[in-house]
Design a binder for this molecule. Structure first.
Ligand code: PHE
Length: 485
């Protein structure tokens, strides 16, 4: 009761006055307000509404003439026994055709020919008809009085262009049983305030007011305000987490040389990941020029090693290094950063797109994002690496993670990170400490902790998706209904 608005109360009272049912027009309230109240009361099941499609008629100019001057065929009665010609003379050929046509159709007259002249003869039926009021006129008058007419006569009037037909919806509002209960319990109409204004607060007037109670269970249509795509939201969140942990964001570019994407990371030139099957190589440019000295240094490490390492012991091909490709991981961002900033300390991260020749399926995309990062600091160690990743995933909402030994050509030791999700361990990324073969050529002596984590995999888990492609399908319905992360 207390959650009813004044117009709702008023409508309930009016309905009870009308014995529990009324057309909206019968309610003494503006129609918009009535209908508004109806929709609210309907959702509270206090009223119900019945809608019927009904026909409505409008009398045309022709119809008005029928009423004022009578029907054309009525004129026939003045010509009993007279030649057809007389009618034509009086009303013109056109009109005469209509008069005679309808009179014949109604069997009020017949035409008799005598010595080649046509005469009108009124029939018995005609004589009967004059005495009564015409059906058409009766119906037209009924329309004027707002009374219903039957279908047959309506069709005839339509055909004679005396009326036009329109469809309208007839509504009837009913009090439900629950509605009656509320009415019987007694409805008090009193002024209520639905909104507290700051003027009321300042003047203290609010103390005297009666406030309408909220019905928190009332139906309300869903609205979907603009929001960022879930992946963008997620990236923003990750960015914030790393920034709060003291990291600086770095950016790279999609197209890189094999030297930076692979050679600098001590990935041997015959490594299967470098294969055309796994990496997108560019046609234009097909080559990227790099510093000769750098190539030499890196070639040396690959062929013979550095600082106690034996290298890969094969013939390094410089042309292989120059090949242009779409970066396959963002570790290329961090290694380049180290080259540019060989002095410790450094804590940087990037969240960027990488490319791999993957067949698209429910768990693979040829383009995806990696969350990359490094800590370059005197005394950095493996426990720190584990700690920082644990902290990151904890802040993302993953309570349990585990590490598994792994292998990457550029880190030692290496590990994979898995999270526990719905009772299953899911692999989310790789990490480790850069090998001397990677850091020494750049003059880096302190340990560098590094990681590269998958964004879309994590998004899948957080959003409860079983198909990774959902993230890129732009399914508006799904996006609308998705809660903020
Ligand atoms: N680059 C690796 C990958 O793409 C992840 C990684 C980054 C592993 C840094 C170790 C160190 O899976």
């Amino acid at each position: 009761m207390e959650a009813l608005s004044p117009i709702e109360k008023k409508l309930l009272l009016q309905l009870s006055k009308h014995g529990g049912k009324a057309r909206p027009e019968e309610i003494e309230m503006e129609l918009v307000k009535t209908m508004n109240a109806v929709s609210w009361l309907q959702s509270k099941r206090l009223v119900s509404i019945e809608e019927k499609l009904a026909k409505e008629y409008e009398i045309t100019q022709e119809g008005k003439r029928f009423l004022e001057e009578g029907l054309p065929e009525e004129k026939i009665f003045d010509f009993d026994g007279k030649p057809v010609k007389k009618i034509e003379e009086k009303f013109g050929k056109e009109e005469a055709k209509i008069i005679i046509g309808w009179a014949l159709r109604k069997k009020w007259c017949r035409i008799v020919e005598k010595n080649g002249v046509k005469y009108i003869g009124i029939t018995d039926e005609g004589k009967e008809a004059v005495k009564k009021e015409m059906e058409e006129k009766k119906a037209l008058k009924a329309i004027l009085d707002g009374k219903p007419i039957d279908e047959k006569i309506a069709n005839l009037l339509k055909k004679r262009r005396a009326i036009k037909e329109r469809e309208k919806i007839e509504r009837k509002i009913y009090l439900t049983e629950k509605g009656w209960d509320v009415v019987k319990a007694g409805i008090k109409l009193e002024e209520e305030v639905s909104q507290l204004t700051h003027e009321m607060i300042i003047s203290g007037e609010w103390k005297k007011k009666k406030f309408r109670k909220y019905d928190v269970k009332a139906f309300a249509p869903s609205i979907y305000p603009a929001k960022r795509h879930p992946l963008s939201q997620l990236i923003e969140k990750i960015r914030k987490i790393f920034s709060e942990m003291g990291f600086k964001e770095i950016k790279g570019s999609y197209v890189e040389s094999a030297l930076w994407n692979m050679d600098a990371l001590f990935i041997p030139q015959d490594h299967p990941a470098r294969d055309m099957q796994d990496t997108f190589y560019c046609k234009k440019p097909s080559k990227i020029e790099v510093d000769e000295n750098l190539i030499k240094k890196i070639a040396e490490v690959h062929e013979r090693g550095i600082d106690g390492s034996k290298g890969w012991d094969y013939k390094f091909d410089k042309n292989e290094s120059l090949k242009a490709l779409l970066r396959t991981h963002t570790t290329v961002n961090t290694i380049r950063y180290l080259y540019m900033h060989p002095e410790p300390p450094a804590k940087v991260f990037s969240i960027e797109r990488v490319f791999r020749r993957e067949n698209i399926d429910s768990t693979h995309l040829p383009e995806f994002h990696q969350i990359e990062g490094i800590i370059y600091e005197r005394g950095a160690n493996f426990s720190m690496l584990k700690g920082i990743l644990k902290e990151f995933y904890a802040r993302m909402g993953f309570e349990r993670i585990r590490y598994r030994p792994a292998y990457f050509p550029y880190t030692e030791p290496s590990m994979e990170i898995e999270v526990l999700w719905n009772g299953k361990w899911i692999e989310l990324g790789g990490s480790g400490i850069f090998r001397p073969e990677v850091t020494k050529p750049f003059g880096i002596d302190e340990p560098v902790l590094a990681w590269g984590l998958g964004l879309e995999r994590m998004a899948m888990i957080l959003l409860g998706l079983n198909d990774i492609r959902m993230l890129y399908w732009s399914d508006m319905d799904w996006l609308h209904k998705l809660p903020l992360l």
